[in-house]
Ligand binder design. Structure first.
Ligand code: PEP
Ligand code: MN
Length: 338
């Protein structure tokens, strides 16, 4: 951290700041300029007091961080991209990984039908929600444990590993018995107790960005999972809230190269929630792969008009298969396989 002193402060004022820096566990180095004096505080920030506290001193103008507040998620800690392995599939490896399936698991027959269809089209991971976070308490809340059992059957039947959402700390163990990847939804991105809990599980986690979460907050949420001892975190951009009304959310594809610049973690994109309309899913999926996403998560339903959640943004299996064909040359153009 760099502590910038106000203009015209005395040598005693600088000394007082240096003393505070030492008390807080850092070594101070003073740089006296023609107009300003700054104190560089050197030391391990993790577990130590936050030096921004010094902005409360009247003689201090500002405290400027020079390192990222997220450490384990940062490229400062690990430069090489990390791969998250799920049943032999590497998310963050040479190939773009596609996860697909219904928003909600609705019945055994539905999830088996979708699993077959997405597998035939080339998806390598099956998605499906058994515990659903719904804006309205009157909306379908998911089949819960019965839904997990349907997913387990679809997994056995298709051989596809499963990603499914865990909504609360109480059900982490139950969901982990069935899921290959634990999904943390946009609405839980800052549920720190839940993040710590999935950090202790040692299973891959798909962490979805919140609709009003900055990239720094997103990476600090990933840091909760990493610092609990679980390195297997996949970041997911799924759209943010803006003033725009013509799409459900604004898919922030800037986030992909920004996350890649700041972090070694794999990044996937969800163009289904990011747009809210099935006809916008394919163009944004292609754009996501073009800008460097390591994977996609896409909602597919055999009869979207009958879906219990997110029908308007769900692709029919034929449209999904067509998208998979169209994605291949896009992936190849950016040096990836599909
Ligand atoms: C979902 O994947 O169905 C979902 C609820 O996503 P999000 O948390 O991104 O809204
Ligand atoms: Mn959904």
């Amino acid at each position: 951290m760099i502590i910038v002193m106000r203009s015209g402060v005395s040598a005693e004022d600088v000394e007082a700041v240096r003393r505070r820096v030492v008390e807080l566990g850092y070594q101070p180095h003073t740089i006296v300029g023609e107009f300003k004096t700054v104190v560089a505080a050197v030391g391990e920030e993790r577990g130590n007091a936050d030096l921004r506290l010094l902005e409360a001193m009247e003689t201090v103008e500002s405290v400027v961080p020079i390192q990222q507040p997220f450490k384990l998620a940062s490229k400062e800690t690990r430069v090489a991209p990390s791969e998250v392995r799920v049943n032999g599939i590497a998310v963050g490896g040479a190939k773009v990984v596609v996860m697909a399936g219904p928003c909600s698991v609705e019945s055994e027959a539905q999830v088996l039908e979708v699993a077959d269809a997405v597998k035939a089209a080339g998806a390598s991971i099956l998605r499906g929600g058994a515990f659903k976070p719904r804006t309205s308490p009157y909306a379908f809340q998911g089949l819960k444990e019965a839904g997990l059992k349907h997913l387990a059957l679809a997994r056995k039947h298709s051989g596809l590993p499963v990603v499914t959402e865990v909504l609360e700390t109480e059900s982490v163990e139950l969901v982990a018995e069935y899921a290959d990847i634990l999904q943390i939804g946009a609405r839980n991105i800052q549920n720190f107790t839940l993040l710590r809990r999935v950090g202790e599980m040692g299973k891959p986690v798909l962490l979805k960005r919140g609709m009003a979460t900055t990239i720094q907050e997103f990476l600090l949420s990933a840091e909760y999972i990493l610092s609990a001892g679980n390195p297997q975190v996949i970041l997911c951009e799924r759209g943010i809230r803006t003033f725009e009304q013509s799409t459900r959310f604004t898919l922030d594809l800037n986030a992909v190269p920004v996350l890649k610049k700041l972090s070694h973690l794999p990044v996937v994109v969800d163009p289904s929630h990011g747009t809210g309309h099935w006809d916008l899913v394919a163009p944004m999926a292609k754009a996501a792969v073009a800008c460097g996403a390591d994977g996609l998560i896409i909602e597919v339903h055999p009869r979207p008009e009958e879906a219990l959640s997110d029908g308007p943004q769900s692709l029919k299996p034929t449209k999904f298969a067509q998208l998979m064909r169209e994605l291949k040359p896009v992936a190849e153009a950016v040096g990836r396989g599909l």
